[in-house]
Design a protein around this ligand. Structure first.
Ligand code: PMP
Length: 422
C-alpha cells in the first residue's frame, strides 16, 4: 500500500471505487451500531450487581440513621473508602449524589451567583468571564460553559497535558479567566495523563484572577487498561506546596466503576473549600442518598478491592480497544490519512482524519448504520477548527459489533479521503 497523497489518479480512483462498492453493500445490511458515548456495557454493569443486595431490610442493622436526614457531606465510611482514590484526607472530601457532572455544574452556577471562596464579587457580576478548555476535551464541560455564557478559550492538548506555555501566558495576563477544565488521567478523548511537570506548573502558575479555579475532573482515575498505569501527581498537594491551596476542585465518581445511573460522586479540595461547598450544599439539600453510599461501602469494603474490581472492567474493555487498534492499523496504516491514540486507560480512542474530513466521515458512517460521537463535539461550541477529530467509544457494543463498526469507519475514511484527493 502507498500513502494516498502519493498515489496516481487511476490508483486513487480504483481505491475510491472499491470503497464505494463496499460502502453500498454495507448500507444494505441495515446495521444499527452505536459508538457515540462512553457507556459501560451490560457485561460491565453485571460486575456490580451484588451491590444491589448489599443493603436490604434484613441486613440494614438496628441503627436506622442511614435512612434519615443528615450528613450532607456524606457518610464517614464512604469518605474513608474514596479518599485514597483522590489521595486526600477525610476532611478534604465530600460524598455527593450519583453524578460528578452535577457537582461541577452546581459549583459553577453557585460561583456565578455567589462567587467562590476567594471571590470579591460573584463571577456573574463580572463583565465577562472565561474558562480555559484543553482541546479536544469533554463536551459536557463545554456545554456547561455555553449554558452560562462563559467564554471558552481553547488550548491544545499535547502528549503530556495541555500546552502549559499557552496556559501560563493566558492566566497571567487576563483577570477574566476564572477557571480551567482538566481531565488529568486518560483524558477524554485523547487518553493523555498529565505529566508531573504539567501538574506542578498548574499548581504554581501566577494567575491574574485571585479566584481562579481548576476543575480537576479525574473521571478515569482508576480506569487502567494495562498493569502499567502512568502515575498522576497529586495536584492538591502541589497547590498547597506552592501556596495556592484553594485553587483546585477534584472530582471523581463510580459511574464507570459500578453504575453510571446509580453510582456515587465525590468532590475533594482543601478543607476550607470543602467547608464552603458544604455550607452552600446545606441550603440545597438536607442530605444525599446515604443508602447508596452504604451499598458502595459494603460492596467494596476497602480501596484495594475497588482496584481489583477495576481489573475485571479492564479484562472486558481491553479486547475491544485492541480490536479497534488492530483494525485501524491493518486497514489504514500505510495510507497516511489518519492518526489515532493508543491509550493505556480511559474510555476513548481519539482519531484524526485529514483536515476537513471528519464530519463527512461521521455522516457516511451514520448512513451505513454506525453512530459515532458528533463531529466537533470535543471542541468548544461544537466546532473542530480542522474538522478532523473523531472520538471512538468502544465500551458499549459487543466485541463483534466493535469490529464491524470499525471496519465501516475505515471504509468511510478511505471513501472520504480518496474523494477529497481525486
Ligand atoms: N467527566 C468525564 C471526563 C466524563 O467522561 C464523564 C462521562 N463519562 C463524566 C465526567 C460524567 O461523570 P458522572 O457520571 O460522575 O457525572
Amino acid at each position: 500500500m502507498n500513502e494516498l497523497k502519493q498515489m496516481d489518479h487511476s490508483s486513487l480512483q480504483h481505491l475510491y471505487d472499491k470503497a464505494k462498492e463496499e460502502f453500498e453493500s454495507i448500507k444494505k445490511q441495515n446495521l444499527a451500531l452505536n459508538m457515540a458515548r462512553g457507556k459501560p456495557s451490560a457485561e460491565q454493569l453485571k460486575l456490580s450487581l451484588k451491590l444491589l443486595d448489599s443493603v436490604n431490610s434484613e441486613n440494614i442493622g438496628d441503627d436506622l440513621s442511614i435512612l434519615n436526614y443528615g450528613l450532607v457531606d456524606g457518610i464517614p465510611e464512604a469518605k474513608a473508602l474514596f479518599k485514597d482514590m483522590l489521595g486526600v484526607d477525610t476532611e478534604e472530601i465530600l460524598i455527593g449524589g450519583n453524578a460528578s457532572l452535577n457537582i461541577m455544574h452546581d459549583l459553577i452556577s453557585k460561583a456565578l451567583i455567589k462567587g467562590v471562596i476567594d471571590s470579591e464579587i460573584p463571577w456573574g457580576k463580572e463583565d465577562k468571564i472565561k474558562f480555559i478548555c484543553p482541546v479536544p476535551g469533554y463536551d459536557r464541560h463545554f456545554t456547561i460553559c455555553e449554558q452560562y455564557d462563559i467564554e471558552m478559550i481553547s488550548v491544545d492538548m499535547l502528549d503530556n497535558g495541555p500546552d502549559m506555555d499557552k496556559v501560563e501566558e493566558l492566566v497571567r495576563n487576563d483577570a477574566s479567566i476564572k477557571g480551567m477544565w482538566s481531565v488529568p488521567k486518560y483524558s477524554n478523548p485523547d487518553g493523555v495523563t498529565y505529566s508531573d511537570d504539567v501538574v506542578e506548573r498548574l499548581a504554581k502558575m501566577e494567575t491574574k484572577a485571585k479566584d481562579f479555579k481548576i476543575f480537576w475532573d479525574n473521571a478515569y482515575v482508576v480506569h487502567d487498561l494495562t498493569d502499567h498505569s502512568p502515575a498522576l501527581k497529586n495536584i492538591l498537594e502541589a497547590c498547597k506546596k506552592h501556596g495556592n491551596p484553594n485553587r483546585v476542585f477534584m472530582f471523581a465518581s463510580t459511574s464507570k466503576i459500578t453504575f453510571p445511573g446509580a453510582g456515587v460522586a465525590v468532590v475533594a479540595a482543601s478543607k476550607e473549600n470543602i467547608n464552603y461547598i458544604k455550607e452552600q450544599l446545606s441550603v440545597q439539600t438536607i442530605g444525599p442518598d446515604k443508602v447508596n453510599q452504604l451499598r458502595h461501602v459494603r460492596f467494596f469494603k476497602n480501596y484495594e478491592n475497588l482496584l481489583e474490581h477495576m481489573k475485571k472492567h479492564a479484562a472486558i474493555m481491553k479486547p475491544k480497544f485492541d480490536a479497534v487498534l488492530n483494525i485501524l492499523h491493518s486497514k489504514l496504516d500505510s495510507y497516511g490519512i489518519a492518526s489515532w491514540t493508543e491509550p493505556a486507560g480511559g474510555y476513548f480512542i481519539s482519531l484524526n482524519t485529514m483536515d476537513d474530513c471528519a464530519s463527512e466521515v461521521i455522516k457516511l458512517a451514520k448512513e451505513a448504520g454506525v453512530t459515532l460521537t458528533g463531529a466537533g463535539a470535543a471542541f468548544p461550541y461544537g466546532k473542530d477548527p480542522r474538522d478532523r477529530n473523531i472520538r471512538i467509544a468502544p465500551s458499549f457494543p459487543t466485541l463483534d459489533e466493535v469490529e464491524q463498526a470499525i471496519e465501516v469507519l475505515c471504509i468511510c475514511i478511505i471513501l472520504v479521503s480518496t474523494n477529497k484527493l481525486l
